[in-house]
Design a protein around this ligand. Structure first.
Ligand code: FES
Length: 314
C-alpha cells in the first residue's frame, strides 16, 4: 500500500489493474478539508468511475497501478459532473498549491445539507484562521474599517444601478454593477460595486417579507427607508454574509437556480435563505426604490460579515 499524502496524479496517465490496463485518469477529486486527493476518476470503455486513492498501489509519471482487478472497477461509483465543482469555479485557499492535476482541473464535491455539523464547523474555523493569518499585515486598514461606525455617520446616499428592463423573468438573480464614490480618511476614491436584484414572485416575496416590511435605520436609529412587501423588486448586497466574498447565480442539480458563494460554498435560494454552507444569516436585503420608468436605486448598506444577526457598519 503506497503513502497517499501528497499524491499528484497526472491526467491521462494509464491506469492498470492487477490483470492489465483498464483505462486512463480523466479527473482528480480532492477533499476540500485535507487538501489531499481523495479519488481519481478512471475513464474506461466510455464510463467514468470514482476510484479511492486507497486503491492505488503505485503511481509514477505515466502509470497508476491499482490493487484491484479490472472486473471490480465498474463497481466503483460513477463520476457525475453535476455532483462536483471544479477548481475553476470555487476558490479553496491553498488547494492548487497542494495538488497539481495537470493538465486539468481539480474537483471537489458539491456541498449538501446532510454534511455533518462537525465537518462544517472545522472547515469554517480552518478557513477563518487562514484568513486571519494572511490578512494580518493589513490589520490597520481593517481596524479602521471596523472602527468606522465610531467616527463616521452611515452612508445613506441612493445609487442608481440600472433599470428593471434588464430583468426578464421572476425569481432569477440579476447582477447590477455600479461605481461608488466615497472619501476615505485622506482621499476621494471610487469603488466598483455590485448588487443583485430579483423580481420576486408572490411566493418568494412572502418568504422575504415573512416578518413584514423591512426598516433600515441610520447610525442613531432614525428610520431612513422602509422596503414595502408590496414592491416585487428586491436588492441584495453583493457581499456574502459569511466573509464578504462576491457570489454568483448558478444552476444546482437538485435545487435549481441558486446563489452560490465560491469562497466557502455557501448556497442561498432566490429569497436569500441559506440552503447550505457556513453562511450565518440570509443574504442582506438593501433599501430599494423603483421609479415609474423602472430606474432602480439602492442604498448600498454594508453589514458586518460572519454574524448571525445583521449589524450595519456603513
Ligand atoms: S465568504 Fe464564505 S461562503 Fe461566502
Amino acid at each position: 500500500m503506497m503513502e497517499h499524502m501528497g499524491l499528484q496524479p497526472k491526467i491521462k496517465s494509464t491506469v492498470r489493474c492487477l490483470d492489465g490496463p483498464i483505462g486512463e485518469v480523466s479527473h482528480v477529486i480532492a477533499d476540500p478539508l485535507t487538501l489531499e486527493v481523495s479519488h481519481i476518476v478512471v475513464k474506461s470503455n466510455g464510463t467514468e468511475r470514482q476510484v479511492p486513492v486507497e486503491t492505488i498501489r503505485s503511481a509514477d509519471e505515466n502509470t497508476v497501478e491499482l490493487s484491484c482487478k479490472s472486473a471490480q472497477v465498474p463497481e466503483f461509483p460513477a463520476f457525475v459532473r453535476a455532483d462536483f465543482l471544479s477548481s475553476k469555479e470555487v476558490e479553496i485557499p491553498h488547494l492548487e498549491d497542494r495538488i497539481h492535476a495537470e493538465p486539468g482541473e481539480i474537483f471537489v464535491p458539491f456541498p449538501e445539507l446532510e454534511r455533518s455539523c462537525a465537518r462544517r464547523t472545522f472547515f469554517t474555523g480552518f478557513t477563518t484562521l487562514m484568513g486571519v493569518l494572511i490578512g494580518f499585515p493589513f490589520v490597520w486598514p481593517v481596524l479602521q474599517y471596523v472602527m468606522k461606525p465610531m467616527y463616521a455617520p452611515f452612508d445613506n446616499r441612493w445609487w442608481k444601478i440600472g433599470n428593471t428592463s434588464k430583468i426578464k423573468q421572476e425569481d432569477i438573480g440579476v447582477q447590477f454593477t455600479f461605481k461608488k464614490s466615497f472619501r476615505d480618511s485622506v482621499l476621494q476614491r471610487e469603488e466598483d460595486k455590485n448588487n443583485w436584484v430579483v423580481k420576486a414572485s408572490p411566493a418568494t416575496l412572502k418568504q422575504i417579507y415573512q416578518h413584514g416590511d423591512i426598516t433600515f435605520t441610520d447610525n442613531v436609529g432614525n428610520v431612513v427607508w422602509v422596503n414595502r412587501a408590496t414592491v416585487p423588486y428586491v436588492a441584495y448586497s453583493g457581499k456574502c454574509p459569511h466573509l464578504g466574498c462576491g457570489y454568483k447565480w448558478r444552476s444546482h442539480k437538485t435545487r435549481g437556480q441558486v446563489f452560490l458563494c465560491p469562497c466557502h460554498l455557501s448556497i442561498y435560494d432566490v429569497a436569500g435563505t441559506v440552503l447550505d454552507g457556513p453562511a450565518p444569516r440570509p443574504l442582506d436585503v438593501l433599501p430599494i426604490k423603483i421609479s415609474p420608468a423602472g430606474e432602480i436605486e439602492v442604498i448600498d448598506i454594508e453589514f458586518k460579515a460572519g454574524k448571525r444577526e445583521q449589524v450595519r457598519i456603513a
